[in-house]
Design a protein around this ligand. Structure first.
Ligand code: SF4
Ligand code: SF4
Length: 342
């Protein structure tokens, strides 16, 4: 919608404006790793980093989230009193989020908010109250492959504002009314600034040299992929440890449990993972994904076949490369998907 300039020596004043009536979070260095934390000044936030080790999906889909509380009240005609958890009490801003992570939230929007029946109020409330200010990736990692799964190191999908670091200043581009309002006091960009941002975008895209091909996956039937021999090989090395699902910005399996003490309790939902044998275990003892091969296959089929089939071709992976970096036995999603495609 508009292009403005944010000089780096004006960043603190800009952030103070953001913090006035909102909580502000940004990537910071924690114990030698990039994580997310509240910030109030530019110096606290990271401005040059690969990406956070864990994705920021936790802001919308916490690892453990209380959904409601309940209590049996003796003698009360209602019997049990159920109390909703309070909604987020303050709007917030995620600063310097990477474009791939913002794109992942749009993928998850399609899962959590589908129609009247599948309309997750916990997810929706936090999404509606959060502004996303992205920071373009000028220097993608060798494990990034966003350009081959519909994203870009300077991608704008899902963002309110994208910042591009061009040296002593940032080009700030807004895409929503929320973003427009944040930038309204800033000066306009010059043609030279825009040109520089465009050159950085081209250079960043050129640094992404690996990727996945999905054309034949799209053309194949589910059963052709399901029965492909490659799963025996992938299954052999996978530990089913779940690291890849835990760090992934689009993985969203969860389990709901009631935790009770005496007459009261709370209902919580916790991250779960399709690599776990227990995740699909039925109360009857039957497990439809009872073997390791079933579970390994599920993760890749879900992201690269089932989600595209059900969600208009959208891929359930944004190419952030986290699982490539963190898998303890070096299973590389790019290799698996290219083998599926072959
Ligand atoms: S991180 Fe690697 S070993 Fe662990 S479940 Fe994922 S693919 Fe398997
Ligand atoms: S599958 Fe791997 S590369 Fe794709 S979004 Fe998840 S963590 Fe990132």
């Amino acid at each position: 919608m508009s292009h403005k300039i944010l000089a780096k020596d004006k960043l603190d004043a800009f952030l103070q404006g953001l913090c006035r009536d909102q909580d502000l979070f940004a990537p910071v260095m924690k114990d030698g790793k990039v994580g997310w934390a509240p910030v109030t000044t530019a110096a606290e936030a990271l401005w040059e980093f690969s990406n956070s080790e864990l994705s920021p999906k936790d802001f919308f889909f916490p690892q453990t989230e209380c959904m409601m509380r309940f209590k049996n009240v003796q003698g009360d005609p209602q019997g049990m009193i159920m109390q909703a958890e309070p909604a987020l009490n303050k709007p917030r801003v995620l600063l310097n989020i990477r474009p791939c992570d913002a794109k992942a939230f749009q993928v998850l929007d399609m899962i959590f908010v589908q129609d009247e029946m599948t309309n997750d109020l916990y997810w929706r409330d936090k999404r509606e109250k959060t502004t996303l200010i992205g920071l373009a990736c000028n220097d993608p990692c060798p494990t990034c492959f966003c350009t081959t799964v519909g994203s870009n190191p300077h991608g704008t999908t899902g963002l309110d504002v994208l910042l591009t670091d061009i040296g002593d200043k940032l080009v700030a581009e807004s895409f929503t009314a929320k973003g427009e309002a944040l930038l309204k006091e800033l000066p306009e960009v010059t043609r030279q600034d825009l040109f520089q941002a465009g050159e950085l975008k081209k250079a960043a895209e050129a640094k992404i040299t690996s990727g996945v091909a999905v054309d034949k996956i799209n053309a194949a039937t589910v059963m052709e992929l399901y029965d492909a021999p490659l799963w025996d090989r992938v299954m052999e090395s996978c530990l089913n440890c779940g690291t890849c699902t835990f760090c992934c910005p689009t993985c969203h399996c969860f389990d709901i449990q009631d935790e009770t003490q005496g007459e009261a309790g709370r209902r919580v939902r916790n991250w779960d993972y399709c690599m776990s044998w227990l995740f699909t275990m039925h109360g009857t003892g039957h497990n439809p994904r009872g073997t390791k091969k079933d579970r390994v296959r599920q993760r890749f089929m879900h992201k690269f076949k089932y989600i595209p089939v059900k969600r208009g071709g959208e891929i359930g992976c944004v190419g952030c490369g986290r699982c490539v970096q963190l898998c303890p036995v070096n299973i590389d999603v790019r290799k698996v998907v290219n083998d599926m495609n072959a």
